[in-house]
Ligand binder design. Structure first.
Ligand SMILES: [Zn+2]
Length: 287
């Protein structure tokens, strides 16, 4: 059975909308429109220490001024804490997760969690998911299929943080399922989150969305453009120019004569081609 397409853009409210995140927004929006589906916005506000006041409202306002509005009410992760807690409690009861008392310092030489607390039955705040010792194949609608060893590449990962906040992987998996997301379109910085999320979906008995990772925008020296870059080109651009730039970076070639936003979006929806997205985003369009 083919489910109706449901996609989402899920920014963290840690700053302004920048060009890198706009590319994820545009790609996810066009995938949803092209597939005659729904496009949702989810604010990933589960990390109050990193949050910038006013950022969520600013991102939503910027998206709207760029012609992108969600088809349903905007979802805020902070309002879903009870659901996340329910999920992690079920994993603990099923013996699929365990409490961990390791400090950051204790783990600093272990890129993959060494399993220290697996069988200790501790009474600690942090909770980790116990991973199986097997391979996982992760398909992608744009990137090459990737292979991971859950044990050696991933390790038991955090579901609930020592500071008593839900971890990113848990929140995303619970929300993608609750919101019926059929395809997650996002940047390649999240490639290695995907096997974690698929494994967690298995443990929770949830459906798997498909995944599509778009390449990251880098500067001339190959460094990822981040929201700390004050010279983000988005600041200087009018909406039509900003969407045109995003489309060009995504390998789409809108005709120069289109000068209004509605016409540009109509063109983009009609002509959106995944196969034109370059494997490496070229910044030749950024001046
Ligand atoms: Zn531990």
């Amino acid at each position: 059975m083919d489910l109706p397409y449901r996609g989402r853009f899920a920014p963290s409210p840690t700053g302004d909308l920048h060009l890198g995140s706009l590319l994820s927004a545009v790609a996810s929006y066009l995938q949803a429109r092209k597939n005659k589906g729904q496009w949702l916005i989810r604010i990933e506000d589960i990390d109050p220490p990193r949050e910038v006041a006013g950022s969520a409202a600013g991102i939503i306002r910027d998206l709207k001024s760029l012609g992108m509005t969600a088809d349903e009410d905007i979802s805020y992760q902070r309002q879903h804490t009870a659901t996340y807690l329910q999920a992690v409690t079920s994993l603990l009861s099923a013996g699929k997760a365990f409490r961990c008392a390791c400090s950051r310092k204790q783990l600093k030489d272990s890129p993959v969690y060494p399993g220290t607390c697996r069988k200790l039955g501790l009474d600690a705040a942090a909770i980790r998911l116990r991973v199986d010792n097997r391979q996982m194949t992760v398909p992608d609608n744009l990137q090459k299929t990737r292979e991971y060893s859950l044990n050696d590449d991933i390790g038991d990962f955090i579901l609930w943080r020592a500071d008593k906040l839900p971890a990113y992987q848990l929140a995303v998996v619970v929300d993608d399922a609750a919101e019926g997301i059929t395809e997650a379109v996002r940047g390649c910085d999240l490639l290695d989150s995907t096997p974690r999320q698929i494994y967690l979906q298995e443990c929770l008995g949830l459906a798997h969305p498909e995944y599509l990772h778009i390449p990251l925008l880098t500067d001339n020296s190959g460094r990822k453009l981040s929201k700390r870059d004050r010279d983000d080109p988005l600041n200087q651009l009018q909406p039509v120019a900003a969407i045109r730039l995003a489309l060009q970076l995504l390998g789409q070639q809108p005709p120069a004569e289109i000068i209004d936003l509605d016409t540009l979006w109509n063109w983009a929806i009609g002509h959106w081609e995944l196969k034109n997205i370059p494997l490496r985003l070229d910044n030749e369009y950024i001046t």
